[in-house]
Design a protein around this ligand. Structure first.
Ligand SMILES: [Zn+2]
Length: 463
């Protein structure tokens, strides 16, 4: 069965529900709250989903985020849109979907198209710091009803999720949820199955397993209700891969999200170094201004200069496995970097945390050497400052000879360098995805593949 956006629900409007920050360090998960709300909505005959649930990862440099800084948007058509927020809130309270200590935001917008100002707000929330006040003003201007609790910071993410259409590059993730009584217990999964899954489905699924470090990447480790998540290029492939894992634990179900994970969507804006803001993200084409030094802990520190001459510190951290490469940089190398801006502290200056690195032009570097004797072709010896050189073999003296410059062979690659999979952030674009980015410009209508949602998962026959 395929569901298109053409509605059979008469005179219906599209409702966009944004959801953020229902989780805390104590547990729960915003995507799981979205799963329960989706279950409720799918049981209602007058509701028709027009897109997969979107899982939007926002600026990962925000220090007050919970875990992955992920917000969710659910888009569906219904003729009963007036009381959607009240019905969702009833469910949230009844099923206790918000964690203690969370700062949830749930917002509801009705309309066929998303206003441009909300789309701009969403774009900014990917790489910048946006305030709750801006989100509240925007909600008031567009008659958006919302619920907030705690410090209300969740409104920012819920509004940003509503404003994200994800018409550009995107990926999918099939997330499997545990039954409540299993939350907090060890997740049991045969890692050989994950290795096999990775071998059979790569590059259509990715970041299942870090081969270099023998680490399974699909299982979270906290008390939250996520059993595992499989990331990939289509709803079909991630669902099939999940079904083929033969998970022995009985699960609550699964849901496929369309997401900006693995797209570098937070690194799309070019940033100058003059007025660089803490916690923002972006990219720059710049020059190496000081040679990297590798400090205790294995991190590489150096400085970079932009075209205006502004200089800022930069760091490549050990867990990324990029230090060996970065340590070969030389002053004057033209590089392209993606980064997040770390706040200065008493111990370090404001620093760019590098998320990818490419040498565009390797600067020619030289070493100096003594001149060569024209008679015996041996290197001469210095007679002292400004006193010229003398050949030790034949005794030839040359008072005017100068040191010579010999070009040094550079052992640096010019291909793009990204962190090893285990150090990836949700938004980090894996190296194999460069060149296969999606673009929906010509296909705004989303064809949904029906098994994107299931209950009581755990049997392969479900697929
Ligand atoms: Zn000589």
């Amino acid at each position: 069965m395929q569901v298109s956006t053409k509605s059979s629900v008469k005179s219906a409007s599209v409702v966009h529900v944004g959801l953020d920050d229902t989780d805390s360090t104590q547990g729960k998960c915003t995507t799981h709250a979205a799963y329960r709300i989706t279950d409720y909505l799918l049981n209602n005959k007058s509701i028709e989903f027009v897109d997969y649930p979107l899982l939007i990862r926002l600026n990962p440099n925000i220090p007050w985020k919970t875990r992955g800084n992920g917000a969710v948007c659910l888009r569906f058509r219904t003729s009963h849109h007036e009381d959607v927020l009240d019905r969702i809130m009833d469910l949230v309270h009844k099923e206790n979907l918000v964690a203690t200590g969370a700062n949830p935001g749930i917002a509801v917008f009705c309309g066929e198209t998303i206003p441009y100002s909300i789309q701009c707000f969403a774009r900014k929330a990917l790489y910048d710091v946006v305030s709750r006040k801006t989100a509240e003003d925007l909600a008031a201007r567009h008659q958006i009803r919302f619920f907030i609790d705690g410090n209300g910071q969740g409104l920012v993410g819920s509004m940003a999720a509503i404003g994200t259409l994800l018409h550009e590059d995107h990926t999918f993730e099939a997330v499997a949820y545990r039954k409540q009584e299993r939350c907090g217990t060890v997740r049991r999964l045969d890692s050989a199955k994950v290795v096999q899954l990775d071998a059979e489905t790569f590059p259509y699924t990715f970041n299942n397993y870090d081969k270099a470090h023998h680490r399974v990447l699909i299982l979270p480790h906290g008390p939250d209700p996520v059993f595992c998540g499989i990331r990939g290029e289509s709803a079909e492939v991630v669902s099939f891969a999940l079904g083929n894992l033969q998970i022995s634990e009985e699960l609550e179900g699964h849901m496929v999200f369309r997401t900006n994970q693995g797209t570098n969507q937070h690194l799309q804006n070019e940033v100058g170094f003059t007025d660089i803001k803490c916690y923002t993200a972006g990219f720059s084409q710049c020059k190496v201004d000081s040679r990297p030094t590798v400090i205790e802990g294995g991190h590489a520190l150096f400085s970079v200069r932009d075209s205006s001459g502004a200089v800022v510190n930069a760091a490549v951290y050990e867990p990324t496995d990029m230090v060996n490469f970065a340590s070969k940089l030389e002053v004057g190398d033209v590089i392209k970097i993606g980064f997040g801006v770390r706040k200065p502290s008493s111990k370090h200056l404001r620093t760019l945390n590098i998320e990818y690195l490419q040498v565009l032009v390797a600067n020619e570097i030289f070493e100096t050497a003594n001149p060569i004797c024209i008679i015996c072709k041996k290197r001469m010896k210095s007679e002292g400052t400004n006193k010229g050189f003398r050949c030790r073999k034949c005794g030839l003296r040359n008072r005017d000879a100068k040191k010579i410059l010999i070009p040094k062979t550079r052992m640096i690659q010019t291909n793009l360098i990204v962190p090893t999979p285990k150090a990836h952030r949700h938004l980090t674009k894996p190296i194999h995805r460069y060149g296969i980015e999606k673009n929906m410009e010509n296909t705004l209508e989303i064809k949904m593949w029906s098994p994107w949602f299931s209950k009581n998962l755990g049997l392969a026959e479900d697929y």
